[in-house]
Design a binder for this molecule. Sequence first.
Ligand code: FES
Length: 255
Amino acid sequence: MSVDWVIVTAPTDRGAIPTDELAPALRTLAARTPGVEFRTAVLGGDGRSVTEALDDAVVGGAREVLVVSGQTLADRSMDAWFRRVIGHWLRTRADEDLPAVRIGASLCEVDAYADVLAAAVDAGGAAASTTTAPLVSPLWEQIPGFARHVLVCRGPRCSAQGSGESVSALKAELDAHGLGDDDVLVTVTGCLFPCAQAPVMAVYPDNVWYHGATADRVGRIVDEHLRGGAPVTAWLGERADSGAHVSESGCAAQM
Ligand code: FES
């Protein structure tokens, strides 16, 4: 293997951060291929994004990086996202000394995939039972009370443009001001649609959407909007309709 850095991802916008799940396999691979650095990343959702992992590879001095999707089924749209996100990363750093980046084949296209399935079949599995935790709980019966709800997009485009850092900065800023879930409930979402305005953040019930909500802008959004009640008008996202506008008092007014 000529690559010196491998980034393994999973479709984690539909699951958990892959780091823990992949750790045993990556340890095995690392033992087989000394000198190759193995890292995990997410295309969307919580965790270090593909672009951040590629930045790590640059800092780590990688010369050839292979990005492998940990998804086990071919997914044409997911593959397209990989190519776009990595293409974006290469374009935005065109004047830097970058490693060569390669994109691995889908796991199910690799001959050994049959062996992986065969191993699962041979293992026999564990018996399903009726004693699992219920799908409902008294704890989940009521919608929690909160003053504002902030939706932070961690879809593929927003993640590629730093929304993971925006979420971390937002949570840190809210913590620093003693604001809990009952003040500002933060929810990480999948694609919110206006990807060209990435990273996107929406605040309800104010119906205020921010474009370019990068980590360095979060402090002002918290201070002026979430604490002060006045949306930062300079960063309002462009809207397709005029159904809601920010009034002079700062609250969204339905027109
Ligand atoms: S990925 Fe964030 S709006 Fe589409």
